[in-house]
Design a protein around this ligand. Sequence first.
Ligand code: GSH
Length: 107
Amino acid sequence: MSDDDPPITFYRLQACPYCERVARTLQELELEYQSRFVEPLHSKRDVVKRVAGVRSVPVIVDANTGVTMAESANIVDYLEATYGDEVATDGGRPSSASAGAHDGGAD
Ligand SMILES: N[C@@H](CCC(=O)N[C@@H](CS)C(=O)NCC(=O)O)C(=O)O
């Protein structure tokens, strides 16, 4: 691994919906990562087994934090907690429509 490699390694499989969920989160958070596509045959996934102790994907290894993690829901939670900007997305934006809204109407 070189200094130029993105810090997050993402072990994944083509057409895996759990992996797509993690990929979407990585993209939404604009994180740089490198994908490592594993063998479709479960018994041949020695790389992930060695790294994470499991043969299922998705798995991420985050060199920024030293975290290695499996399970898509846990990974999404981890990424959002670690790299999300924590800003409320449900109406946190103030509205300025109430001030000075009257236009004309003088008599
Ligand atoms: N609960 C897991 C399910 C992941 C999963 O089923 N991945 C499939 C590929 S789409 C797999 O690797 N299956 C082999 C296994 O579970 O050992 C998650 O949400 O990440």
